[in-house]
Design a protein around this ligand. Sequence first.
Ligand SMILES: [Zn+2]
Ligand SMILES: [Zn+2]
Length: 883
Amino acid sequence: MQYRLSWGASIGIPVYTKRVMAEENEVRYNPAAIEPKWQQRWAADPKLYAAEQVDCGKPKYYVLEMLPYPSGQLHMGHVRNYSIGDALARHMWMRGYNVLHPMGWDAFGLPAENAALKNNTPPRQWTLSNIAAMKRQMERLGLGYDWATEVTTCLPEYYRWNQWFFLRMFEKGLVYRKKSKVNWCPECATVLANEQVVDGCCWRHETTQVDQRDLVQWFFRITAYAQELLDDLDKLDGWPEKVRTMQRNWIGRSEGTDVDFFLEEVQGLGTEPTRIRVFTTRVDTIFGATSVQLAPQHALVAEFTAANPELKAQVDELLEQQKRARESGDLGAIEKHGVPTGRFAINPYNGERVPIWVANYILADYGTGAIMSVPAHDERDFEFATKYRLPITQVIKPTDPAAPQELPFCSEEGVLVNSGAYDGLSCTEAEKKLQEIAVAGNFGEPKVTFRLKDWGVSRQRFWGTPIPIIHCEQCGLVQVPDEQLPVVLPDQIEITQQGGSPLSRVPEFVNVKCPACGRPARRETDTMDTFVDSSWYFYRYTDAKNANAPFDSEIVKYWFPIDQYIGGVEHAILHLIYSRFWTKVMRDLGLIVNDEPARRLFTQGMVIKDGAKMSKSKGNVVSPDEMVGRYGADATRMYALFAAPPDRDLDWQEDGVAGVSRFLARVWRLATKYAPLACTARVDSHPFRIEGQNAGSSTSLRFAQKDGAPSTQPTGLSLKLLRKLHQTIAKITLDFEDRWHFNTCVAAIMELVNEIQAADAQLAAGEVSAPVLRELLRLLVLLLAPFAPYLAAELWEELGEEGAVLRASWPISDPELAKEDELEIPVQINGKLVTVVRVAADADAKAIEAAALAGEKVLLRTAGKNVVKVIVVPGKLVNLVVK
Ligand SMILES: [Zn+2]
Ligand SMILES: [Zn+2]
């Protein structure tokens, strides 16, 4: 017995029961023959998946999956992400849209340098060969990408536009250079952005603690857009709420007041007192301030400690504690320590003298690096004051007399007490009034602060976009003139991962003439963070070959915003904030008109195995090639959609892939059984017809006589099958439009196939005719096309249909035909399910109640008892209360 589901001597054959093997044996579903055949045909027809011109007259649809890093191997997470996007793209093609479905490579980054160090392969060569390997995998999977728009970010034709944007932003003051404390990953030997530090460790090296170093760095002024980035989140109602919440928290806006306390001078009267600016969100509580606290790095602290070695030692200890907490990522939970400086500050509102402390939990980079401590109305201040026995003065009384009286009282539902002339004001009234007083007295003002920091983009790496700036002793920072772009990375370079940027050791690269004065000058040797590349790549897809501009604005105007963006939730704050920022910058440069890059965002769940994330170290990695080799691309892709709702984690079970493969074999067997029969029968008795071709037109399925005789309504089993078909069409269409329950879509297709198979078994009894079944199978192939594109293409041709299945119209459900004429209603007794009764779909509560009470099992259980209450939820449920 030749077993045909699997193939190739080197590949293990899955174990099946004899029954299944016997069944499959007749089927001869052989994806190893079908899939490469269609792969070749598709490759020979580049127009198949190509986007059409912007004037094609069709509505547009831009579906995009996040581009991968070319590591050399697709993993199952990729397969899942791309299977979702590809199903959607195919569905939209069949709906008649002009679809843009591109793919590219996020091709700069550290691993290429690691590989160069390890294998002595130049980063470019390593990267490009990985891209070729992954592209082969994608093509084998049958993913319908428009390869004419492919973008590879490590090629000069792409990164020259990173440089061009950098210069435009430099001209607008959105790029600047400053010395700052930076996050330094010893493993990467480079600077990391704040967003790339996770729990104190490097985002790429989860166990490597990040150091703080002082370096002169390039920054993008993303904070200039902080408010707009926050406000526009409200417009993104097609984005997951969790992503919007993560971005809101990351941007971290707080409204408050900057207030100057005055340093009490020790010797004599200074002409102008030193100001200690604090930021507070609760200026209404300022009469309850019982100390001022400074970050250990605050400039005044250095002054205080200069003549006080004992204090200096204590402050150094606080600094050390803060550093350790920062490194372990536990800054929020730091055990609070402080030391009094022996100096005092004056409260500008009442002249009161309060001690100045230095505390380890005050951060130099948040607000002003100084706070007023109000223990009666702040949890943290209360904890600190209790520990160090500082006075606690209540200045807010709860409005609600029933509110708990103990301190701290942190709500703003209160009125001021112990606050002089402001007693009796509500917290909000007081805030406004006290801000006015501060402005009038020139000791403060209303202030909005953000947690978001400017984006540090300097990297001391080779494999990235060179920063197009020249350092001239005479002229300072000089832009590389546009006509000299791109600044190209040198080909030959020694990568050591030591001693700063590799580019600084290439004299031909570094030594240039200043474009302004012609004197010898030095080229910048930092390269850009690779998140720059992914911040705008999806614009380039629309016009990927443009040699004169990053893209044509008119083409972008047609395609943007992206209709559906699909990727991992791990990009919620890095890539997805940077690319929103980039969009706003490009808009303000006059290049585009959209404010946001993507209308809808979907974040798929992870693919796990045995309950854990797939990783080499755990030995639980399932290779897509292996699955495709054993079961075919269709089964692998369909399983990735079927095994879990797309937003949840998917636990990979090879048995499940085998099951999907068996299902596809069943479809194959049925379709190939009816296909030849129809070739002769079609002219005489083609029973259904799809009317209407394009998206939005109505299609109805009815018996239509070929010779134009009047239509007749189907009856009996045919009607039942037709109803199931229309319900399946309706469900899948709705899921593509909105719900994305692709797992239940596949399940619905399986149910439909079960019904067709059952009908097939009754063919001899004359309940249904062969042409009817053939037509159902033809429509089934349309429904399968987004999920199992190879099999759909093959069966479409087997059925004698003209042209690509991708160009066939998606069927449209007729609600009348989809309607059930009977419903099954569960009946409960005292909350427990007892039976199910069938009622007419439009039955009222009374009729449903009667049907429930007449149920055989209900009669048995209620015999000799009292039915005290009947609750009917029409269409859903009946519950009887029985005593
Ligand atoms: Zn690292
Ligand atoms: Zn110069």
